[in-house]
Design a protein around this ligand. Sequence first.
Ligand SMILES: Cc1cc2nc3c(=O)[nH]c(=O)nc-3n(C[C@H](O)[C@H](O)[C@H](O)COP(=O)(O)O)c2cc1C
Length: 141
Amino acid sequence: MKAMVIYESLTGHTRRLGELIAGELVGRGIEGSVCPITRIDLDALSAADVVLVGSWVDGIFVVGQKPGRASRLRNLPAMRGKQAAVFCTFALNPGKTIAKMTTIVEGRGAAVIGGMAIRRDDLEGGAVELVDRLLDALASA
Ligand SMILES: Cc1cc2nc3c(=O)[nH]c(=O)nc-3n(C[C@H](O)[C@H](O)[C@H](O)COP(=O)(O)O)c2cc1C
């Protein structure tokens, strides 16, 4: 099983979370790599069985939340036939960001099997929980 984490990050929280998730995957025996959305390793993407796409929440904190720099997500390479999961970091309230990311990533052809919003003040705990949920979802997919 090969997993790839692709992240969009403005101030570093989502980058850090992406790195923690990749480390957690490797710790559980899964080959995991991580790269920013602006420099995607296309060979690694083509070899990946599951792709985790992360971004941050952009809004006015209680309304209008959406994935940060959503156009970058909409321009992801085609991921037909791949399983995917989405995640985001947020400060206060993620709103419908995960649902919006799911729609965007499905639009790139991937089958999204789960998503999780992670508060930026517990990235370590969030990474462990996300990988737990991902492995459960993959086992029952
Ligand atoms: C322009 C802007 C708008 C934001 N809007 C929201 C918001 O509506 N809700 C929220 O919970 N966090 C909001 N945040 C906080 C970020 O989502 C949070 O700090 C996130 O972890 C940033 O990720 P990054 O460090 O990878 O860029 C906003 C941050 C910025 C810069």
